[in-house]
Design a protein around this ligand. Structure first.
Ligand SMILES: Nc1ncnc2c1ncn2[C@@H]1O[C@H](COP(=O)(O)OP(=O)(O)OP(=O)(O)O)[C@@H](O)[C@H]1O
Ligand SMILES: [Mg+2]
Length: 424
């Protein structure tokens, strides 16, 4: 890792709530500084995930270990840095925990200030990098990277495909983007949040099984039971029943069986990417809850004045009104122009310029210009993927993939077995 790249971090606590409500909001969305590579609520699982994922940093609640001795033995060889949180009832072990070489700080409290803890962890990890760089002036590998997107394909990305307008191509792009990721060996779960779920239609999948299994029994196992497959891609379809969906939407987002919790549980499943296909009504809980736990937003629009106006409003909603509720940094909000033609009189540059000029603010960068393909719906009607049939479409979607996973091919992804491309 070079200085400046996000710190890869694992979160560990005996209670899932601590991770979901405390650690995750402070860390996961801030992909500028952190990339969450894994989570664990069980000691044995934590140890094997550390081995497999090799995070640079650990945010860990000490009570995840059976006792201080196990904790010390478990963390002794960890080559990164750790910040430990302990409840006052374990305070007696504070001194021993502080003596573990990787531990940079210990907070003994019932209610940690997670933002403060995250800040400390970040500083510790960056200092560690500086020390390692001094010790090894020639890094073992050179990082690829660019002006936008992360430098290396590590860490969980939760992509939300969003537009306030129906029919602009969210589901089409989410499906083909997700398929393209999976095809490169990046383990990917595509999740539908719209009803009826167009993803099922596009992939010619039956409506069952689906998310219903999770909402009846909110566990990772039940979520896995709801998954269907299209080649390497895992797909979790929305609940098809409107009445059931309304009842689920009324659940408190902090509830284990909420829509938000479904995404958070999927985040613990070991996939490298989650791709969320949201409905166009952003006031619906089915759009809001997934959006507020995503860390990367792909706004989809057609090159029209009306769509530019809608993108501007959505961008403002995300960067201003909703900014306190989610953790999507501005630099993780992107734009894709879909259904472009030679006859368009608004170029991608003009589109973003209009947004910037009208709002007096920045506009999201364009990461894809997707041509209008007259044969696309016919291909979808046959349950086939436009990505595999239409050259122009494929190039545009692959270009989007390159932004986030530059240079990852099926071979390189498999070689890098330390990266959690493969689940389980
Ligand atoms: N690049 C494209 N060229 C031609 N047709 C396209 C393209 N992208 C999407 N379509 C077609 O446009 C229609 C709407 O696409 P899609 O269902 O993906 O949009 P959506 O934004 O998800 O809609 P909704 O808001 O209803 O969920 C579909 O019939 C799809 O086949
Ligand atoms: Mg759709």
């Amino acid at each position: 890792m070079t200085e400046g790249a996000p710190v890869s971090v694992m979160m560990a606590a005996p209670r899932l709530d601590t991770i979901l409500q405390g650690m995750y909001p402070a860390l996961a969305g801030d992909t500028g500084r952190f990339q969450v590579v894994g989570l664990a609520t069980e000691w044995g699982d934590l140890k094997s995930k550390i081995q497999a994922l090799k995070p640079e940093a650990l945010l860990i609640q000490a009570e995840i270990a059976p006792g201080p001795d196990e904790f010390i033995a478990g963390l002794k060889g960890f080559p990164g840095v750790a910040v430990v949180v302990m409840t006052p009832s374990s305070a007696a072990a504070e001194g021993v925990v502080r003596s573990i070489p990787c531990v940079r700080d210990v907070f003994v409290t019932q209610a940690p200030n997670w933002v403060e803890v995250a800040q400390l962890l970040y500083q510790a990890a960056v200092s560690e990098r500086a020390i390692k760089l001094q010790a090894a002036p020639l890094p073992a590998f050179v990082q690829v990277g660019g002006p936008i997107g992360p430098s290396v394909p590590v860490g969980l990305r939760i992509f939300a495909f969003v537009s306030r307008k129906g029919g602009v191509g969210k589901s089409t792009l989410a499906a083909n983007f997700a398929y393209a990721l999976a095809r490169r060996g990046i383990s990917t779960l595509l999740i539908g949040f719209d009803r009826p779920d167009d993803l099922g239609v596009q992939f010619h999948l039956p409506p069952y099984p689906n998310q219903g299994l999770f909402f009846e029994n909110p566990t990772l196992e039940a979520l896995r039971g709801g998954i269907q497959k299209k080649d390497a891609l895992d797909i979790l379809l929305c609940v098809p029943d409107d009445l059931a969906a309304d009842a689920i939407a009324r659940r408190d987002p902090a509830d284990r069986g909420s829509i938000r919790s479904l995404v958070m549980t999927a985040a613990m499943g070991g996939w490298a990417a989650l791709v969320l296909d949201l409905p166009p009504d952003l006031t619906s809980e089915w759009a809001l809850q997934p959006l507020l736990v995503a860390n990367t937003v792909v706004l989809v629009a057609r090159p029209t004045l009306a769509d530019a106006n809608k993108v501007m409003q959505t961008y403002q909603l995300l960067t201003r009104r909703l900014a306190v509720e989610h953790a999507i940094p501005r630099e993780n909000i992107f734009l894709v122009l879909n259904m472009t033609t030679k006859e368009d009189n608004i170029s991608p540059a003009a589109f973003t310029r209009m947004i910037a000029e009208t709002s007096g603010d920045s506009a999201p960068p364009v990461i894809g210009v997707v041509p209008f393909e007259p044969g696309l719906s016919a291909i979808q009607n046959q349950g086939e993927l436009p990505l595999l049939r239409l050259d122009g479409f494929r190039k545009a979607v692959e270009g989007m993939v390159e932004i986030f996973y530059r240079g990852v091919t099926p071979t390189t992804a498999q070689e890098k077995s330390k990266i959690p491309w493969r689940r389980r």
